[in-house]
Design a protein around this ligand. Structure first.
Ligand SMILES: [Zn+2]
Ligand SMILES: [Zn+2]
Ligand SMILES: [Zn+2]
Length: 491
């Protein structure tokens, strides 16, 4: 059943939000009292006159010269993300221009706790394509890492800033100012000169993180859209298995008893008694220092002539079952659920690299085409929440309408919305599954629970055309389906 969560209401597009520059009371006269008034959080619980101040002052006075030596005109103008912790503004003021008087050249990331805010900046800020500089050394997804005492990191930051500035200059303004995620993500791969190469991350349920400080789930969806258009090239990164209960990829892989699934197995040696053909673990033959066959009670005397050691089996210490090979099973580290190896769903993870077509689309400013109709921001919150608890048979569909702009001009919002509703009602009658429906200005999202196995194959362009047939004119609907497994793990 379709539930209409407000076709045409513009509630999901986040307003463009710029990062607030950290205001300096009097940037020229760096003094301790000023710091206390400018950022009281920084000095809470500290002694009134820290002995480290002269060293900081030294950095402050030398910073301009240090940056100039590295090829920059000035101290880089930067914006600071605040995250949940107060950023080290005192140190940063010594090295960067935080006054907000010059256009920002970089975004400073205090640490992993501010990654969420960095993702919001990538989505919704006019500064989306500035390099993100990590100050903690713990965020490899950032574009560069900076530590005040590490001379090499100054050079790396200077190189990153210069590279970003140079490659930004070769892109047209409509790409640099684009608000849609697809264009921003593709532009980042070019400007940062870096592939979307995931790395293993045990801190997330999906066990992977993509670089670039974009939101993870949306990065993957956008990368798949771009790969589908030939603008990014996928390459295999790794394969994961999913918990059958909660969808997490964080699993403990175990050798288990095929009968009771206990991991308490031991390898035991088998003895084969030739005369009676009995075969059993060596412990069954042991009588003190002698070996006696438990079946025929004969004593075994000569290895090779009356008996042999014929290999090993797995003995379950929980239920006593002997088996030639252990079974493979997964214990979920997140929910404690158990999934048998053969039953576990598999998910391949890909990296993505910019193609020649992708670079050409960027240079010509043709990434954010109407047909791509990329979302400006995140997945609808209702869809995200429902995904987290979704079952394994879940399918997420995104419907977009190539004729949207044309129909809005000709029939207005009301007329376009009415056509969408009729189209979705027709589609719903052909989908025999419960669904959650959320409408955004660009797309209709359908989360189908317990979809029939053949459903995805049945969702052909022809079916969509059939659902459009009763309308006054076509919506030119297109459909994108999403990996439910990965969405569950990343949601
Ligand atoms: Zn689980
Ligand atoms: Zn067992
Ligand atoms: Zn025997």
């Amino acid at each position: 059943m379709l539930t209409n969560a407000g076709v045409g209401t513009d509630t999901t597009a986040p307003p463009a939000r710029d990062l607030a520059p950290v205001r300096e009371a009097a940037p020229a006269g760096f003094g301790w009292n000023e710091l206390e008034t400018a950022s009281p959080d920084i000095v809470l619980g500290r002694p009134p006159r820290p002995p480290a101040l002269p060293a900081i002052e030294g950095v402050f006075f030398k910073a301009d010269a240090a940056w100039q030596e590295l090829g920059l005109a000035d101290r880089p103008a930067a914006l600071v993300l605040r995250g949940t912790e107060p950023p080290p503004v005192r140190m940063l003021r010594g090295c960067f221009d935080l006054s907000g008087r010059r256009p920002a050249e970089a975004i400073l990331l205090p640490g992993p706790e501010a990654l969420e805010e960095a993702a919001e900046a990538r989505l919704a800020s006019a500064h989306a394509l500035l390099p993100v500089i990590d100050l903690s050394g713990r965020c490899p997804e950032a574009d560069a890492s900076f530590a005040v005492g590490d001379r090499a990191s100054w050079a790396a930051v200077a190189g990153t800033l210069a590279g970003f500035a140079e490659r930004r200059r070769s892109l047209p303004p409509r790409v640099l100012q684009a608000a849609d995620l697809d264009t921003r993500l593709l532009a980042w791969t070019f400007i940062a000169d870096r592939a979307l190469q995931p790395r293993h991350d045990p801190g997330s349920r999906a066990c992977v993180r993509y670089p670039g400080c974009f939101p993870q789930l949306e990065t993957r969806l956008a990368a798949e859209r771009l790969a589908g258009r030939g603008l990014l090239r996928r390459h295999f990164f790794d394969r994961f298995h999913a918990c059958g209960d909660c969808g997490s990829f964080r699993l403990n892989v175990r050798e288990e008893c095929g009968s009771c699934r206990s991991p308490r197995l031991e390898s035991v040696e088998l003895i084969h008694h030739f005369r009676c053909a009995h075969q059993a673990p060596a412990s069954h033959f042991a009588r003190g220092t002698k070996l006696v066959c438990p079946k025929c009670s004969a004593q075994l005397r000569h290895y090779g002539s009356d008996h042999t050691r014929s290999g090993t089996v797995q003995n379950c210490l929980a239920c006593g079952m002997l088996s030639p090979e252990p079974s493979i099973g997964f214990a979920c580290l997140d929910c404690g659920g158990h999934t048998e190896g053969a039953a576990a769903a598999r998910q391949d993870i890909f990296g993505y690299a910019l193609t020649a077509d992708g670079e050409a689309a960027l240079r010509q400013g043709t990434v954010g085409t109407e047909a791509a109709a990329a979302e400006p921001g995140r997945l609808p919150a209702e869809i995200r929440a429902a995904l987290a608890g979704a079952g394994p048979g879940t399918v997420l569909l995104a419907l977009r309408y190539a004729a949207r702009e044309k129909l809005l001009r000709r029939r207005g919002q009301h007329g376009f919305d009415a056509m969408r509703r009729l189209f979705l009602a027709n589609l719903a009658s052909t989908l025999e599954a419960d669904s959650l429906h959320v409408a955004t200005p660009e797309a209709d999202w359908l989360l189908l629970q317990d979809a029939a196995p053949g459903l995805l194959a049945a969702l052909t362009p022809r079916l969509l055309r059939g659902c459009e047939a009763p309308l006054a004119e076509p919506l030119e609907a297109s459909l994108q389906t999403h990996d439910p497994l990965l969405l569950r793990a990343m949601a």
